[in-house]
Design a protein around this ligand. Sequence first.
Ligand code: BTN
Length: 244
Amino acid sequence: MEIRTKWYDSLPSTNTFLRENFNHQPYPTDGTLIAARAQTAGRGRQNRTWMTLPDTNLCFSLYLQSNAGLMQIPSLTMAVSLAICDALIAEDIPAEPKWPNDVLVNGKKICGILSERIEPKDPTHSGVIIGIGLNVNMDTETAASIDRPATSMRIETGKTYDLTQTLESLFSPLSKWVDQWKQNGFEGFQETWTQRAGPIGKPLTVHDGNLLISGTLAGFGPHGELLLQTEHGPKTIWSGDVAF
Ligand code: BTN
């Protein structure tokens, strides 16, 4: 995949902006990447807001042209998590993927991914908008103000990063993992994912709305769904927040 980037000083949300670009021609093409130096209405999963201070972190959205159905989207997000992990590991930051859409460093969130399927009037432009928020230069005080444990590249290494260069360092792992997903779906990286997001047998609690289910990790199904062994038998989990 060839990635072409357009930077904006400020947008409400790069996901929303990219989606709105499909209301008129010319439509974005495969590999279009919209990055914003600030977001005023960043969105996270489950209608949460995603905080973005100006010129501090990376917030961007990548459009992937694809006929993949809704069932395939979770595994695309998981492939993207592995791409971000690889880019961070190359910077000596010990990143691990967390099902379904996070990247953690020592249990603290450094990156969140929001993938949204797009079905424009012209079906040849169907695809997925992959929104990525990566904490790059966020400081400890700001991280502490977030309601869940959070970290950034700067907090982990003590270095300050150039945002443009950091974004460009993600292109090669992103292309690699998205191509892997395009070719073989989740099956192509199921083993790698399970090794890196596991181990099997790890105790977990899943929150989904008002539902709370505890058990141990039994593995991941063919679409990347989480398989939980509970005291009432095996359960398949398609969405939710996992706590260890
Ligand atoms: C999550 O962890 O809940 C997902 C967060 C995704 C945030 C990114 S920032 C760039 C893109 N634009 C948005 O409005 N959200 C995503």
